[in-house]
Ligand binder design. Structure first.
Ligand SMILES: [Zn+2]
Length: 331
């Protein structure tokens, strides 16, 4: 791995020190993304943990704040959500997260799904755009989510959606389609041309690097992260290695590395250390070496991308540093 590295998409939901010691050893800093997920601790607990770790390990942890959609129908909801956002930013957040619960869970009083381009979000997005506040969005899901389990391209999606059938859209034909999710997100971005936005998880266009490429070209103020979708690049590299490599080279200033590890206390200190170590090493091998590699998510082998050092530095460090405002480390 290259030092320093920023793993710019993790969920540090416990104050355990093992992963931090590992990060210090490897020269890694973390972006902990607070998210309004039902099986996560509360947003205020997530923030408390991030602030505690940031204090104990100076320069190693930044965090992203979020807001709740509870009481969305109330007339004062926008004010409440804005206050929650401002409080998070005052506490040091690097930006604001929006999640797939908008588009896939939240409903209005008629029972219709509320999408991110709904006018009720206008004033919030206007505020974020006018004040240059970074927004990071996980909207929609991988395209696999709309397929039966046996047609999905990678095991990680198969595993996640078999464990979380409530999010497996193939089972919920009455939910908005993949195309509707992408459309609503892009409509929102079209309304806010100056909004600083990171489309997480390869902007939910992970299935085709050409689609990600078009999206980045259409929305020049955006970045995208690779979190939990590197296997989709690897899968495409089994089919067209050159295309994946050109995609990375062409968009080297817009791509941000992250693992999406969820630190929820279910692993022991040594297990989570090993988990980070294995992910960092296998991802590094893919981007930096020309070795023939395999991934746990599918059976075919593929070759590493052999990217040059200047590109690796951007993806593993500089792009995240600039986007999320990490200070250079003093040690
Ligand atoms: Zn995540």
């Amino acid at each position: 791995m290259i030092k320093p590295t920023i793993d710019a998409h993790v969920h540090l939901n416990t104050p355990s020190r093992g992963k931090m010691e590992k990060a210090v050893d490897e020269g890694v800093s973390f972006l902990s993304i607070n998210t309004d997920i039902p099986f996560f601790p509360s947003l205020s607990d997530q923030k408390r943990v991030a602030l505690q770790l940031a204090e104990e390990y100076p320069g190693r942890v930044r965090f992203i704040t979020s807001f709740s959609v509870e009481g969305w129908e109330d007339e004062h909801w926008e004010t409440k959500a804005l206050n929650e956002i401002k409080k998070g930013l005052d506490d040091g957040a690097a930006g604001v997260k929006i999640w797939k619960n908008i588009g896939m869970d939240l409903k209005d009083q008629h029972g219709d799904f509320v999408m991110i381009d709904h006018p009720k979000f206008d004033s919030i997005f206007q505020y974020l755009e006018d004040n240059g506040i970074l927004v990071i969005g996980h909207l929609g899901e991988p395209k696999n989510c709309w397929l039966p389990l046996d047609e999905m391209t990678v095991d990680s999606d198969r595993e996640y959606f078999s464990k979380h059938p409530q999010y497996h859209m193939h089972l919920h034909p009455n939910y908005p389609t993949y195309e509707k999710q992408i459309f609503a997100r892009d409509q929102r971005l079209k309304k806010h041309k100056n909004l600083k936005f990171v489309g997480l998880h390869l902007a939910s266009l992970e299935w085709n690097v050409d689609a990600v490429s078009n999206w980045l070209d259409t929305f020049p103020n955006t970045m995208t992260d690779l979190a939990e979708r590197i296997c989709h690049l690897q899968y495409q590299a089994t089919i067209d290695h050159k295309k994946v490599k050109s995609f990375i080279m062409n968009h080297q200033d817009r791509l941000i590395y992250g693992t999406d590890v969820i630190d929820d206390g279910s692993l022991s200190e040594s297990e989570i250390q090993r988990k980070f170590e294995n992910l960092w090493q296998s991802h590094w091998d893919f981007f930096s070496s020309g070795k023939t590699l395999s991934a746990p998510e599918f059976k075919d082998s593929f070759n590493g991308l052999e990217l040059e050092k200047s590109i690796l530095e951007k993806i593993f460090h500089t792009n995240a540093q600039k986007t999320y405002g990490f200070q250079p480390l003093t040690t």
